[in-house]
Design a protein. Structure first.
Length: 76
């Protein structure tokens, strides 16, 4: 099950255990788990390009046509 949020002109789907922390002014979205484990960072850079920095245990699916990012935790 996923929850969806809007991040500028992108839809971000998050696994149920991942929570968003958004800073609109800085154009940044941090992803954390319920135990505050960091899962990744998304931001819009100065050229208005989407940047993504995931952690090693985070799976990201990108649908550029529909502008949808999906984040899931990958269990080792």
């Amino acid at each position: 099950m996923y929850k969806e949020i809007e991040f500028f002109d992108w839809t971000v789907k998050l696994a149920a255990d991942i929570s968003p922390v958004v800073d609109i002014k800085a154009k940044k979205l941090a992803l954390v788990e319920s135990n505050f484990e960091f899962n990744g960072l998304i931001w819009i850079d100065e050229k208005n390009q989407l940047q993504i920095k995931p952690t090693w245990d985070c799976k990201i699916s990108i649908n550029p046509e529909e502008k949808i990012l999906t984040f899931e935790r990958v269990d080792s």
